[in-house]
Structure formats: structure tokens, C-alpha cells
Design a protein around this ligand. Structure first.
Ligand SMILES: *Cc1c(COP(=O)(O)O)cnc(C)c1O
Length: 364
């Protein structure tokens, strides 16, 4: 048997007719930038997460960048970020001219450690940027309290967490969240896409301005903006996929439940889920002390796995002049050496899931 890590075509096979109809509708509409398709999707996604505002932008990185810009983050500012994240989280801060200040994750959830955030705050700190890593919510109440006490903005990176709940409320129903619709995300387009949701009217207005050349009235430019809009073709496809998101999430959750049942008591380092978290399993991540050979054994058995992520941002050449070294963030570095993401696709069959489980138990 072969088990792919994520089969994108199979994942939306049952929606293919609706997706193609949406593509044709846009092609025939004569409206190809901004417009009604985008507005429809923005309204639907805002409703889905429970936010008053959604602004579609070109990708998740831009959603982060424009969100930070809208919060007034700029040169001389520091933004506290997880050391343990995809590099886009850091790049958004750097693109604003600000400095990403990394902190270690919690050992159990791999999400940002609130105590480490507290310790990293200086008089230059302007914002905190928690990531809901692997689809598991960060501890937002605590982070919001810290931010409030120190007068900091909070921008959440929701790129892996569409539909996830924190203490029964959806991520996005409060605060400001940057989303990615990159094809492999839980809600993925047929190309790049992203959005910012916010309960702050001013941030919403600012991002709408920034994404469109700094202009709300054509040829009248209030600020030096960007060209970063969610394409109507992608918006139309995303609307179809949004209607099917909860079904896809349920499939992920039942696969994760089977994995966790099977691995508990087997001495495997499987994901820890706090009682208040309702994750959407963007990734199901194990840890293994001898990952390379474990991954090879699984590959030989036809099971595809991926590493998220093999090199943390602070050890990337891109950040070689940021003053960090090997050993600066030991837990993050250990995770980078040990994590392994198991096959997780809404279209994965029960047989495939059981095959993965049998082999993990045998080959770990
Ligand atoms: C994918 C991702 C991003 C970037 O999104 P793009 O749409 O690819 O630009 C940012 N942060 C995290 C945590 C991601 O997983």
C-alpha cells in the first residue's frame, strides 16, 4: 500500500464540479480584480470565523505583513515571535523594518511559551505574533493579558488553524488573525491566497487601503500601499471549499483520533492537546530521536512523511546576521531535529490510516 502525505487532487475530488463551475463563472464575469466574488468570499469567511471584518490579500505572508503595518509596526520596533515556526512569520516582521525577537515554545504543545514572551519584552516591543502551530491554538487568553499589560498589539498567525477553537471560540472570532490559503493549508486555494480578519474597524480599513495601492478612491492615494489582493478566481474556489471545510476538518480529526488512540501507551511522542484546545490537525506531528532512519523505514513501507520544519528560522542563512547561533534556542533546535509529520489528508481512507498505524508501531 502507498500512503501519500497529502493528496490535494483527491482531497477536493468530490468538489471538482463546483470548483470548475466557479472558475467558469469568474472567467465569464468580466470582473477580475476585487469585485463581487471576493466580497462574497470575504463575507463568508468572516461569518465562518465569527469576525466582523475579512480582507482578502495575495498570500499569508502579505496578510501578516499588512496586518503588522496596519498596527503601526515599523523600523526600530521589536515583535516577539515563536522561534519554532515557519519562516514566513519572521519575514513579515523583517519586511516591516522591525526586528523579530524569537522565544522558545512550550515543551508539550510546541506553541509559544507565554512566560518566554513576558521575559522578551523590552521598551521597543510593539507587538506579539503567536502562531497556532500545526492547527493547535496558542494560549490566547494568557498572551492577550500580557499584551494588554504592556500595551502591545497582537497579531495571530492562523495559517495552519482554519476552524480551530480556543476555549470553544473559533480562532478569529476575537482579535486580528492573518490567514493563508496556500493549497496545502486546511482551507487551500488553487494557488496563492490569504486574508486578514479583525474585530478592529481601524485595522480593517487600513489593510483594505494598504492592499490596494493605499487607495480607497481610484487614483487617490492616501498612503504608500501595496498591490496585494486575493484574486477573484481564488475567492470563488475558496467559497466552494469553505462550504466543505467542516467536513474536511472532521475527517482530519477522526484520523488524528485514531493515531492518538493507537500511539498512546506505545512510548511514542504523540501530540499533546490541552483540555481547552480544539485543534484542526493541519499536521499530526510525532517526535523520534533517530528520525532519519525512522523516516526511511516508513518510506520503504510506502508511507510518505514530511518534516515541519528541518531548519528553524534563527539558523537560516537569511537570518545569519540577526545575532542568533546554534544553541540559542535549544528546544526549538531539538524539535527541528526530531519532528516528523504523518500522512494527513481528508481523503485518506480508514485502510490507509490503519496501515500507517501498524507500520509506525512496528518501525518506530
Ligand atoms: C503557510 C504559512 C505562512 C505563509 O503563508 P503563504 O500563503 O504561503 O504566504 C505563514 N505562517 C505559517 C505558520 C504558515 O504555515
Amino acid at each position: 500500500m502507498k500512503v501519500p502525505f497529502l493528496d490535494l487532487k483527491a482531497a477536493h475530488d468530490h468538489l471538482q464540479g463546483q470548483i470548475e463551475a466557479a472558475l467558469l463563472r469568474v472567467a465569464r464575469s468580466g470582473s477580475y480584480v476585487l469585485g463581487p466574488e471576493l466580497e462574497d468570499f470575504e463575507a463568508a469567511f468572516a461569518r465562518y470565523v465569527g469576525s466582523p471584518h475579512c480582507a482578502g490579500v495575495a498570500n499569508g505572508l502579505d496578510a501578516l505583513r499588512l496586518g503588522l503595518e496596519a498596527m503601526g509596526v515599523g523600523p526600530g520596533d521589536e515583535v516577539v515571535v515563536p522561534a519554532n515556526t515557519y519562516i514566513a512569520t519572521w519575514l513579515a516582521v523583517s519586511q516591516c523594518g522591525a526586528v523579530p525577537v524569537p522565544v522558545e515554545p512550550l515543551e508539550d504543545t510546541y506553541n509559544i511559551d507565554p512566560d518566554a514572551v513576558r521575559a522578551a519584552i523590552t521598551e521597543r516591543t510593539k507587538a506579539v505574533l503567536p502562531v497556532h502551530l500545526y492547527g493547535q491554538p496558542a494560549d490566547m487568553n494568557v498572551l492577550e493579558m500580557i499584551a494588554q499589560r504592556h500595551g502591545l498589539s497582537v497579531l495571530e498567525d492562523g495559517a495552519q488553524a482554519h476552524g480551530a477553537r480556543y476555549k470553544s471560540r473559533r480562532i478569529g472570532s476575537k482579535g486580528t488573525v492573518a490567514w493563508s490559503y496556500y493549497p496545502t493549508k486546511n482551507l487551500g486555494a488553487l494557488g496563492d491566497g490569504g486574508a486578514l480578519t479583525t474585530d478592529d474597524d481601524a485595522i480593517s480599513a487600513r489593510v483594505r487601503l494598504l492592499r490596494n495601492y493605499g487607495s480607497s478612491i481610484k487614483y487617490q492615494n492616501d498612503v504608500k500601499g501595496f498591490n496585494s489582493r486575493l484574486d477573484p478566481i481564488q475567492a470563488a474556489v475558496l467559497k466552494v471549499k469553505l462550504d466543505a471545510l467542516d467536513d474536511a476538518t472532521s475527517r482530519r480529526q477522526s484520523i488524528a483520533k485514531r493515531y492518538s488512540e493507537a500511539f498512546s501507551g506505545a512510548g511514542l511522542c504523540s501530540p499533546f492537546v490541552p483540555a481547552w484546545a480544539d485543534p484542526v490537525w493541519h499536521l499530526y506531528v510525532l517526535r523520534h530521536p533517530d528520525r532519519a532512519s525512522f523516516q526511511k523505514r516508513l518510506a520503504d513501507a510506502g508511507i510518505a512523511t514530511v518534516i515541519h520544519y528541518p531548519i528553524p528560522p534563527h539558523l537560516q542563512t537569511a537570518y545569519e546576521n540577526a545575532g542568533h547561533r546554534r544553541g540559542s534556542f535549544p528546544l526549538t533546535e531539538r524539535l527541528a531535529a526530531e519532528v516528523l509529520s504523518l500522512p494527513m489528508c481528508p481523503a485518506q481512507t480508514d485502510e490507509q490510516t490503519e496501515y500507517v498505524i501498524d507500520n509506525i508501531l512496528k518501525l518506530a
